[in-house]
Write a protein of this length. Structure first.
Lengths: 119, 515
């Protein structure tokens, strides 16, 4: 079974953009072990694409900015995580991209600049 | 010394320019770890050759881009890297920081100091992978690079900007030729500061020795020898030893040429030695097989020629509009059983502008350097020789060729006519005069004197076993008693009939005193 076949099976496991348990169980029961591992891995990757992980210094910030995030990531499952180390701003992880708007990152960059330019 | 006010001002400047744009990172997950080659999923926006960093701060770079994964080779140890860990791109393509502070230092291919001294001062970041200068920027090779080895400077002359391969079996003196060439640049660099009257002013030569896959003890010996002879002051050593990851062995020559380009851009002449490219090919084969790239002849990947051709094309002589600098490359290849028709040797022979072939039977018979004059060639030739050397070297090539033809007959022990016997005797003496001890490169004046004496028959009445002693005393005599002749030869111009006559008289005078 080729990679394309596995991807087609993954697409077929969804009903109206949601994962269908019955379809998944049926497909899983028909696949041999090696193909099943690839199918599960591909399913996880597909599910990951539907999620957005947002780290913010205080959970209360999200409540004020909820609509903004929903507008930027429509139809996505938004997971919020509190991380006080960020100090200000946010860190957004979507698929394999990370967008770091935090004050922690700015200060780290500043420290790197000092390290690189001064003994 | 920078004062604190200046530092504060620079930091405030940096703070005011801090951007509100986010830092964007492309991340991936480690899927597989195999022999310093990592397979990672994600990293969909990664670039070929981009540097990546793992959770434990180990660095690597991307060498393979597949549909759903990337192949990364590590620049450090893989012991702390586990499946499922995160890896991030850095946005940087591989580079090495080069500055004048690298002279006299031993560094690894990513620029870390290996000699126990503080890190070299920051200079300019030079890309490891770079397109070679084009045709318009180049100039023909016209300036000699003197190795100080008589056999090479007379018969296989090397010019600045040339690529000359040193090829032979293990233990025949390939590295010895390379190190002697570096040591000889000390005299050249001193002469460059005070050129002789009437002579052509030559620039100093900066040397870079790239040790690929060698024993650490060997590299240490080389460093010590260069330090003893004062050659380390103008030499940079880029070292990736046998215990380093294959990625560092693969990157070492590119790091070396990147440092060479830094100096060349300043108008300097640079000599770079890759010792040796056979181990470089082995390291690349190891990486490619681990990445499951299709294996070709002798299990080497399909682009094995390209990794050497793009490296050696960066050795160049630039024209004056582009700074006039040059990089001369002396790649080293190790053969098995003198077989120069094997895959890697033939590849590199076809790339370079000539080869110095070292033969085991010559070495075993005491001819050292064991240069096989018949199979060695310099495609630049006389353009890379001074007039003085050219005027004596032409004869020796012909005489040696005739000697080789006749030597086979001499083994039959048949009676030979006087002319043939004379030719054979002359050939033996010419072969003997080309023998030279290690770590004793000669100045061009001494080389010209030795070859002139041999080709003009002044050694014909000296016993072969006494020629070395004769040569040493001859040089001392000429330098102390015949300064006018020395000054004429130092100009580098073709020897005039008057100079030849003076040489003849002085040589005959010396021979009377030589007992």
């Amino acid at each position: 079974m080729t990679k394309k076949d596995i991807k087609d099976l993954v697409q077929a496991s969804y009903t109206k953009k949601n994962l269908d348990d019955k379809k998944v169980n049926k497909i899983a029961s028909l696949l041999p072990r090696s193909e099943l591992k690839k199918y599960i891995k591909e399913l996880k990757m597909q599910e990951d694409k539907k999620k957005v992980h947002i780290a913010i210094p205080r959970a209360s910030i999200y409540n004020k900015s909820k609509q903004l995030f929903l507008d930027i990531f429509p139809d996505k499952d938004i997971h919020i995580e509190e991380n006080k180390l960020l100090m200000l701003g946010a860190k957004i992880k979507y698929a394999d991209m990370v967008y770091d708007f935090s004050l922690e990152r700015k200060l780290d960059d500043f420290l790197d600049f000092i390290d690189e330019n001064y003994d | 010394m920078i004062n604190s006010d200046e530092i504060i001002k620079k930091l405030e400047n940096k703070l005011s320019r801090l951007s509100t744009d986010p830092k964007v990172e492309n991340i991936g997950t480690v899927e597989k770890v195999t022999d310093d080659v990592i397979s990672a999923s994600g990293l969909s926006k990664a670039l070929m050759g981009e540097e990546v960093i793992f959770e434990d701060k180990t660095k690597g770079f991307i060498i393979n881009l597949d549909e759903d994964s990337v192949g990364i080779i590590l620049l450090g140890k893989s012991t702390n890297i586990r499946e499922g860990q995160t890896v991030k791109t850095t946005g940087n393509i591989l580079k090495i920081n080069a500055s004048n502070d690298l002279l006299g230092r031993v560094v690894n291919p990513i620029g870390d100091a290996l000699d126990g001294k503080p890190a070299p001062k920051k200079g300019k970041d030079m890309l490891l992978e770079k397109i070679a200068p084009g045709i318009v920027e180049r100039k023909s090779v016209d300036t000699p690079l003197k190795t100080g080895i008589k056999a090479i400077d007379s018969l296989i002359p090397i010019g600045r900007g040339q690529r000359e391969l040193i090829i032979g079996d293990r233990g025949l003196g390939k590295t010895a030729i390379a190190i002697d060439t570096i040591i000889n640049q000390k005299t050249q660099n001193d002469t460059a500061k005070n050129p002789p009257a009437g002579g052509k002013k030559l620039k100093r030569v900066i040397c870079i020795y790239v040790a690929i896959g060698q024993k650490q003890s060997s590299v240490a010996q080389i460093v010590n020898k260069l330090s003893e002879t004062g050659a380390l002051d103008y030499t940079v050593i880029v070292s990736a030893t046998a215990s380093d990851p294959a990625a560092l062995l693969y990157l070492a020559p590119y790091a070396g040429v990147a440092v060479a380009e830094y100096f060349m851009e300043q108008g300097e002449d640079v000599l770079i030695i890759y010792d040796d490219l056979t181990k470089h090919a082995w390291a690349y084969r190891q990486i490619s097989l681990t990445l499951k790239r299709p294996a070709g002849r002798e299990a080497y990947p399909g682009d094995i020629f390209y990794i050497h051709s793009r490296l050696l094309e960066r050795a160049v002589k630039l024209n004056d509009e582009h700074g006039g600098g040059s990089i001369t490359a002396l790649p080293v290849i190790e053969t098995q059983a003198d077989d120069i028709s094997a895959y890697i040797p033939t590849n590199v022979i076809s790339i370079t502008d000539g080869q110095i072939f070292l033969k085991s039977d010559l070495f075993n018979s005491g001819t050292r350097p064991a240069v096989d004059v018949g199979n060695s060639v310099s495609r630049v030739g006389g353009a890379a020789q001074t007039g003085a050397m050219k005027s004596v070297a032409g004869r020796i090539k012909l005489d040696l060729a005739q000697y080789r033809e006749l030597a086979a007959f001499a083994q039959f022990g048949s009676d030979l006519d006087a002319a043939t016997q004379k030719q054979l005797d002359r050939g033996k003496r010419l072969s003997q005069i080309l023998i030279q001890p290690q770590y004793q490169p000669l100045d061009e004046v001494d080389e010209v004197l030795s070859i002139w004496a041999a080709t003009n028959g002044h050694l014909d009445d000296i016993a072969v076993e006494r020629i070395s002693a004769f040569e040493e005393k001859y040089h001392n005599f000429m330098r102390s008693h015949n300064k006018k002749i020395i000054a004429e030869i130092e100009t580098g111009k073709k020897l005039t009939p008057e100079v030849n006559e003076l040489l003849k008289k002085a040589t005959e005078q010396f021979k009377k005193t030589f007992s």
